[in-house]
Design a protein around this ligand. Structure first.
Ligand SMILES: C[S@@+](CC[C@H](N)C(=O)[O-])C[C@H]1O[C@@H](n2cnc3c(N)ncnc32)[C@H](O)[C@@H]1O
Length: 375
């Protein structure tokens, strides 16, 4: 059932993209834990100023919209889920203020709700950015399903925010409660650096972006076979992460126009930083969207793609499917989609079904590079 019953009301919530009869809920027991705690906390606070971080499908933000919270997220999908779920419950679209994780708004918050992300580096970066917005009146409540909670999370909260206690497990979810210690000394977060001498590239990337501190094995395998790419004038790096694939390909085709696309604000910001450093003065586009939403049909010669095989904590190939389907529309006649993926994911069959053709460019025991042409 897509209904969540909380002390704040009953709401109809769905994941984004919306799927009829979706077996997966838009919230979990960690959200319910946070909502229960907030219900006991808010009556004690005269003017609750609420900020909510990493609210995957905006369940917390919708349930708590009456406090006009700020929702901070790195995900365009979460932003779309917010719009969809506010609209679906006839709630005003301006009752929640969405901001991305690199641009915290001014002001002090007295209630902070955090869904703890998988990436500890992202959590650390978020806590460091959050700290200047807290005072000794602030309470930080953070929750995760116990199986996703990194073992060092409590230590990180103690290092950056202040004294932290872990509560009892409830429906396999764990809650951390942190209070602000004004005496702690912390620094502002810096993007990580990655030297890729073999490609003469020095990359930076914001915390939480795919494959921090090293080149992904799949991306490396793709790049080993890049000389087989066809010349192209318009190229899209779909699911660009820090931009590594597009950056190397841009070097091979100096006259090509590149567009870097990702649903992560941090990824697109990292790709932009890296492109501007590698190719000063060269024009390119940087787009935060869901797959290729908003792109014109028949507008690209080449799409390069290392697709994700999970959405937040849920493993599945529906995003890869959506990327392949939309690529077919966005490619011009004769245009090619190049995909790298784990051999066992069976992308070959999907591409063949969609495009009517799919060739193996290269393969080893783990990865395949595939090429599908739009006819
Ligand atoms: C396997 S990583 C590849 C990153 C980079 N291209 C590389 O090779 O290192 C997949 C990327 O797809 C992005 N992604 C996930 N879902 C997406 C969606 N719905 N639309 C656009 N990008 C998405 C992720 O944020 C991630 O950066």
């Amino acid at each position: 059932m897509p209904h969540i019953t909380t002390s704040q009301g009953v709401w109809d919530l769905h994941r984004y993209p919306f799927r009829e009869n979706d077996p997966l809920r838009a919230w979990d027991a960690a959200d319910e834990y946070l909502l229960n705690e907030v219900a006991t906390l808010t009556p004690k606070i005269e003017t609750p100023r609420l900020v909510i971080l990493n609210d995957s499908f905006a369940a917390l933000s919708c349930c708590l919209h009456c406090f006009r919270p700020t929702m901070i997220s790195d995900s365009f999908i979460s932003r779309q889920a917010l719009k969809q779920n506010l609209g679906g419950n006839q709630l005003p679209t301006d009752s929640v203020n969405f901001v991305d994780t690199l641009n915290y708004p001014e002001g002090i918050y007295n209630i902070v709700l955090i869904k703890i992300p998988k990436s500890l580096a992202l959590l650390e970066d978020q806590l460091l950015r959050l700290r200047p917005h807290l005072t000794s009146d602030s309470t930080v409540l953070a929750a995760a399903m116990a199986k996703h909670l990194p073992s060092t999370a409590v230590a990180l909260f103690e290092k950056i925010i202040g004294p932290t206690t872990a509560s009892l497990m409830r429906k396999k979810a764990r809650l951390l409660i942190s209070s602000y210690d004004a005496g702690l000394e912390t620094a502002q977060p810096e993007p990580a650096c990655l030297n890729l001498d073999e490609f003469a590239l020095k990359l930076v990337q914001h915390a939480g972006v795919f494959s921090m501190n090293k080149l992904d094995q799949g991306s490396r395998f793709f790049l080993e076979h890049r000389q087989k790419l066809p010349p192209a004038a318009t190229i899209i790096d779909l699911g660009c992460g820090n931009g590594i694939l597009g950056l190397v390909v841009a070097g091979m085709f100096p006259d090509a126009h590149l567009t870097f696309v990702d649903e992560s604000y941090r990824a697109v910001a990292s790709a932009k930083l890296n492109f501007e450093t590698a190719y000063p003065g060269r024009d390119a586009d940087f787009t935060v969207t869901d797959c290729l939403n908003g792109f014109k049909n028949d507008s690209a010669d080449l799409i390069i793609n290392n697709p994700p095989f999970h959405q937040q904590q849920t493993i599945g190939d529906h995003i890869a499917w959506q990327m392949f389907r939309q690529s077919r529309k966005v490619l011009s006649s004769g245009g090619q989609l190049w995909v790298v993926g784990n051999r066992h994911l069976g992308y070959h069959t999907k591409l063949k079904r969609l495009f009517g053709n799919c060739e193996l460019v290269a393969g080893n025991s783990k990865f395949v590079v595939l090429r599908a042409t739009k006819h």
